[in-house]
Design a protein around this ligand. Sequence first.
Ligand code: GDP
Length: 465
Amino acid sequence: MIGRLADAVTRGLGDVTSTVTDVFDPTLRLGVTGLSRAGKTVFVTSLVANLIDRGRMPGFSAGGRIETAFLQPQPDDTVPRFDYESHLAALTAHDPHWPEGTRAVSELRLSLRVRPAGLLSGLRGNRTVHLDIVDYPGEWLLDLGLMEKSYDEWSARALGRLAAWNASDYEAVMQSVDPVARLEEPTVQKLARSYTAALRAARAAGAYDLTPGRFLLPGELEGSPALTFAPLPPGEAPRGSLRREMSRRFEAYKKQVVYPFFQDHFARLDRQVVLLDVLGAVRRGPRAVEEMRAAMTDILQAFRPGAIGWLMSLLGARRVDRILFAATKADHLHHSQHARLTTLLEAMVRDARSRADFAGAETKALSMAALRATVEEEREHRGEILPVVRGRLAETGRETALYPGELPADPAHLLVPARQGATDWLDGEYDLMEFAPAPLTLRPGEGPPHIRLDRAAEFLLGDRI
Ligand code: GDP
């Protein structure tokens, strides 16, 4: 018990009186992250629904011992609650639609009453395990790289990124100001607005590695001074000048935005799932695939004790001991191609993964769909049998069969041209469409249909329940 008490204290659960009931029950904090539209919201919603009703979770070994799973008030009073009910209602409505995606950090507590396992199971009573799910934008993890950069270093990199993505509007606005002139607030705002617009344009074109992360997903900080700065080329910065003030705000952003996020959320996770819309990147082309690979390598620096050891030891961070990489939306592919998708995902996170492995965290990669929106079929096309998926198109609502093209057996066929800067895939296009969620008729005890969500739960939670 003392161990658990110490555990709760080192977790920094804050107000001891409010957590006193938790002290006796084990708590597992699961982080869910990934870049915007990776599928975080759908994942958390479907995971919770499938842990409450476990009829579709045969691969989750602890499922049979769970007596009940129920939502409880979360331990952190100041973090927004993940809006599970609305998201589930969207997915299970008569005319289902996708919920609004993750814009900021949010949290949900699911408590599980579990029958004990093993020889003495008959002698012991049920116990409760609290699962605290923390959903947060992967973009915010990219900000970790800022902690060790000066304003000038960051500016040089940020301007280079914009040039690579042809965001010339910001360039023009920047040229129109004098960095050593006295700061005028409207000038700062004009620059920050223009820089944010340039980041959005680069993102829409397929760039992922864009900072500061909060400019794209500001959360509760929208419009605040901490988000009102922009990069400028290096040079003189006399007192009171625009450049000096920009640099000061950059430092404030690190101290007041980036650092607290890591302290309050990241440093307290036990397990992490990183979601990647690999198929979405493949559809957008080689540049997007290379961007996603590079962004993941940067994001996963956060899980590497060496690189940020100073920050994490300062925070008294726990160590994430399991990291799952999941390629989402696998229901866009016939299952005969899922193994290839997983191989591609493994190759994309190889660099980052070997480092996390080195740090002692166990990692796994799988392809999954948190909410299956399609059914599989085989169709004859010009004398050939094609494995297709059929679903309702999000745009028109029309039922359509999709053959997205065949992923190569060797992921190098995609990753090498992507690294070499190819602009198109040699073997033609990957045709992927957006499907709407299918109308559901759930039997009692069944959660929403998925692909391998049970395996994901097994890796992330199985041993601790
Ligand atoms: P977030 O920004 O990471 O929270 O992403 P969301 O969870 O909002 O998902 C973004 C979009 O991806 C959704 O609106 C859906 O169009 C699509 N999506 C997410 N999960 C699935 C899935 O399991 N299957 C399919 N077919 N589409 C999905």
